[in-house]
Write a new protein. Structure first.
Length: 280
């Protein structure tokens, strides 16, 4: 395929992605596109009765951008036609967040301290979450996450960078929250390097979660409350992975088979990206 570039006035396009710091809700940082919405928790939530650890998912079922609307009303735990926030994070990594992992135990860090929006629509939003240096197990560790979301995608891309002043590598885990059920419906695809989980029904609502893992050595750990992958993160080397979620009532991905098919295609596209060459 050949494309031509010409000097013309840009066409105004309605934004399909959005990200912002939310000081009015205890330092949340929220991001979304026309399909999904996520949030990370900030400093003001620490030590409160609402405190939680990982990335949260909002089960939207509209193409509208809803972050500002839902935060303004504060009424997003009931579905009024555009979806709701019913996903439970608690003391887990939620949808694909990371934590330190020393001596076989998860060590959650403090929440992010600073944020920086790098671009914000119309078809991609990118931002950074910056964590203050923290001493854990005698090691001084700094973390920065660059997160981006594209229009139409169920996924967010995470570029995680870590610096350990004491060691060249730091043991971490990436995780997905697990529900209380006898036989959880999950699949690990080793070739495509992704994990898919289809949660049990909750009052007619079902969430699918996923993580497309980095191509590094990793060990899978199945715990009562979350699925984990243990990885040695190297100093000052970007660790890239993808997190994703789907809501059955959004009308696009309604069962596990559809979720796995979507993730398989997405994983293949990530591994074999489109390449562009320029001709004068």
């Amino acid at each position: 395929m050949e494309l031509a570039v010409t000097a013309t006035a840009p066409v105004k396009t309605a934004s399909k992605t959005y990200a912002r710091y939310v000081p009015e809700r205890k330092d949340d940082f929220a991001w979304e596109n026309n399909v999904v919405a996520f949030r990370a928790y900030g400093k003001a939530l620490e030590g409160t009765s609402e405190d939680a650890q990982g990335f949260d998912f909002w089960s939207k079922r509209t193409n509208d951008l809803i972050i500002d609307e839902w935060y303004k009303t504060g009424d997003y735990h009931a579905d009024h036609g555009k979806g709701l926030d019913y996903y439970s994070v608690g003391q887990t990594l939620g949808v694909g967040d990371m934590a330190l992992y020393f001596n076989g135990q998860i060590q959650y860090t403090k929440h992010y301290r600073r944020s920086e929006v790098l671009d914000n629509g119309p078809i991609r939003s990118t931002f950074k979450l910056i964590y203050e240096p923290q001493e854990i197990e005698g090691q001084m560790i700094s973390i920065e996450k660059e997160i981006s979301i594209d229009a139409e995608s169920q996924l967010s891309r995470i570029n995680m960078n870590m610096h350990n002043a004491t060691a060249a590598e730091t043991p971490i885990v990436l995780g997905i929250a697990k529900r209380k059920e006898a036989n959880p419906n999950y699949t690990i695809y080793k070739k495509e390097n992704f994990f898919a989980y289809w949660e049990p029904e909750n009052k007619g609502n079902i969430t699918g979660t996923a993580i497309i893992l980095p191509h590094v050595k990793k060990d899978f750990i199945d715990t009562p409350t979350q699925f984990l992958w243990n990885i040695a993160a190297k100093n000052n080397q970007t660790l890239t992975y993808y997190i994703g979620a789907a809501f059955n009532k959004a009308g696009k991905i309604e069962n596990m088979d559809a979720w796995k098919a979507y993730l398989q295609q997405a994983s293949e596209q990530i591994q074999k990206p489109l390449t562009i060459s320029y001709k004068k």
